[in-house]
Write a protein that binds this ligand. Structure first.
Ligand SMILES: Nc1ncnc2c1ncn2[C@@H]1O[C@H](COP(=O)(O)OP(=O)(O)OP(=O)(O)O)[C@@H](O)[C@H]1O
Ligand SMILES: [Mg+2]
Length: 276
């Protein structure tokens, strides 16, 4: 690739230890609306290392999306901190924020609402390069990422409505990849797609993480997809980490009854886990 690849901005190790890519340290996030306080996250600590994709699972309202927002810097913890390469995120540190915004990109759930219907694919994919002032030749970079998500160059002059749902999600992934991020954050990246194209997008994400070295942080209610894409899994229950570890271990030998119940709720996982 002509543009710096994922993780190229990684600072050198300090005393032989490389700081994690992203961390939540003792994070609590509460929301207060008209005298009612909701604790979305209660003292959550999570560590994301380069190359170790993380899947986050848990029931509705468990706090999964809240974790993703914090990891993207779109929300701030009530207490605790979010660290990027070992340094607490600080919006006043402009240089750090520029590096962070390029490094952490998002793929939304539904490409119908996340892609502006009035913009051509060319403009959609170029936009983050412009707004994040990414150095290098933007024209070449846009073509490069379009190829890496399996779209033809002829897509550039078209509009989102001219594509299928799966192709639109490829466009959204191309946009996220354009600034050569080290992390792709995705909240249910395939659940809005037709069942028939889900596996193609899962395969694409698997290919991108292995080929480009992008680390995925993904929320999915589909535990089989987490098994396919994520080396590590965190199980969230009512704002707390119920268990966390190697995905295979968590899915095949869960320690918590809550995790067993989540797995048992997925029909294909009950019959012995042949989905992975
Ligand atoms: N902006 C907000 N204001 C008030 N409460 C909020 C806000 N955002 C989240 N919450 C609450 O925090 C809790 C966790 O929400 P979150 O969206 O993180 O859950 P989730 O695990 O993503 O659920 P789902 O699977 O339904 O998407 C919920 O009780 C939710 O109502
Ligand atoms: Mg959510």
């Amino acid at each position: 690739m002509s543009t710096p690849n994922a993780a190229s901005d990684t600072p050198p190790p300090v005393n032989g230890h490389r700081a994690p890519l992203l961390e939540l340290n003792n994070v609590t996030r509460t929301f207060t609306n008209s005298n009612r306080t909701t604790t979305a996250l209660d003292n959550v600590s999570l560590t994301i290392h380069t190359g170790q994709s993380l899947g986050i699972v848990g029931e509705s309202g468990a706090g999964k999306s809240t974790i993703l927002k914090l990891l993207m810097g779109l929300d701030s913890p009530t207490t605790g901190d979010v660290r990027f390469h070992g340094t607490t995120l600080n919006r006043r540190n402009r240089q750090q924020m520029v590096q962070f915004r390029r490094a952490v990109q998002i793929v939304f759930q539904d490409p119908r609402s996340s892609l502006d219907p009035r913009m051509t694919v060319d403009r959609i994919v170029t936009e983050p390069l412009t707004s994040l002032k990414v150095p290098g030749n933007h024209r070449d970079r846009v073509r490069e990422v379009l190829t890496s998500v399996g779209l033809e160059e002829s897509a550039l002059t078209k509009y989102p409505a001219q594509f299928s749902g799966g192709q639109r999600q490829r466009i959204a992934i191309a946009r996220a990849l354009a600034p050569a991020p080290s992390v792709l954050v995705a909240d249910e990246p395939v659940s809005a797609l037709d069942v028939s194209v889900r596996s193609q997008i899962v395969d694409l994400l698997a290919d991108l993480t292995s080929r480009l070295g992008v680390t995925l942080v993904m929320v999915s209610h589909d535990i089989a997809i987490v098994g396919q894409l994520c080396a590590r899994t965190a199980v969230l229950r009512a704002g707390r980490i119920e268990e966390e570890g190697d995905t295979l271990q968590v899915l095949t030998e869960p320690t918590a009854q809550y995790t067993r119940d989540l797995i048992n709720a997925v029909p294909q996982m009950r019959s012995g886990g042949e989905e992975h």
